[in-house]
Write a protein that binds this ligand. Structure first.
Ligand SMILES: C[S@@+](CC[C@H](N)C(=O)[O-])C[C@H]1O[C@@H](n2cnc3c(N)ncnc32)[C@H](O)[C@@H]1O
Length: 277
């Protein structure tokens, strides 16, 4: 499967090699139909490294010691699609059900939330906004973590700068309360106010590694496990159960399910799970 029209030679063998590295390092299962996507996303790397072919590129990934190009490879291949208040019913459920419950359960007035696979930050900033806007949580202490495997998206998330089009769906009131509007050279951009940014601890974390987190009240891991096989999913979900307080909540993406993956959670709403053991 090699086209003469391509700028660089890219064979099925190269694709298989790169897919294997991606799977080993991220847990992401790469399907065969991603051949063209790999070519278009990685030719930029081949070009900027001034290489002549994907065979040379694979050799660099194979031989390197520090893993720099492997990180670039992963950053180029991961899908980072996200949005502010994506799957808004989850945020409504937090405000209407979870926050009232936690105000009863947590006498220390402290809430721990984790956005695992936070991409460019829209998800954790949406969480920060609803926590700040909840009258029930006035004067509460929030510990909000946001992590992703891809170092580029974590850096972008931490900068908190977005084009106006990303916040179009937000009410004017909310926009004014939580964002600065860019002027001059920054025209067309918005920046998250420091008050929100400072609430979030951003970091790089590979979810398939052996990590541990302090017990959380809520974990958001949405549109991440969709790319994993059942075994990887089961291991990760087990780690999530270990990292949640009793009765803690796990939110997953709209096309994901834990059906036959775990017996440590019960389904209590649309893609909303609760730890039972
Ligand atoms: C489609 S985005 C979802 C973003 C956000 N959670 C949402 O639902 O809008 C998936 C994210 O998962 C991250 N990801 C994929 N594999 C990962 C892994 N093994 N560890 C951590 N993050 C991973 C990707 O880098 C990407 O940013």
């Amino acid at each position: 499967m090699m086209s003469n029209e391509r700028e660089f030679s890219f064979t099925q063998k190269d694709f298989t090699f790169l897919s294997k590295i991606i799977h080993e390092r991220t847990g992401i299962v790469v399907s065969d139909d991603k051949f063209n996507m790999f070519y278009s996303r990685l030719s930029r790397r081949v070009r900027s490294l001034k290489l002549n072919s994907f065979q040379e590129y694979c050799a660099i990934v194979r031989d390197e010691r520090e893993g720099n190009e492997t990180s670039e490879l992963i950053n180029a291949i991961t899908t980072n699609l996200t949005a502010f208040f994506r799957e808004n019913h989850h945020f409504e459920y937090l405000s209407d059900t979870v926050f009232p419950e936690l105000t009863q359960k947590n006498p220390d007035r402290n809430i721990k939330l984790w956005s695992a696979g936070c991409s460019t930050g829209e998800e954790p900033y949406s969480l920060a906004i609803i926590m700040k806007e909840s009258p029930l949580l006035a004067n509460w202490n929030f510990e909000l973590k946001a992590t992703d495997l891809d170092s580029n998206v974590v850096a972008k998330a931490n900068r908190g700068v977005y084009s106006m089009s990303r916040v179009e769906g937000m009410s004017k009131k909310r926009l004014k309360r939580w964002f600065f509007k860019g002027a001059g050279k920054q025209q067309g951009l918005v920046k998250v106010k420091p008050e929100l940014n400072q609430m979030i601890e951003f970091g790089q974390l590979n979810l398939i590694d052996n990590w541990s987190q302090e017990p959380q009240d809520v974990i958001f891991c949405r549109n991440v496990i969709i790319y994993f096989n059942k075994e990887t999913k089961a291991k990760l979900v087990d780690q999530y159960a270990n990292s949640l307080k009793p009765g803690g909540y796990l939110f997953i993406g709209h096309s994901e399910s834990l059906y036959k993956v775990t017996d440590r959670f019960e389904l209590i709403g649309n893609t909303i799970y609760r730890k039972i053991k």
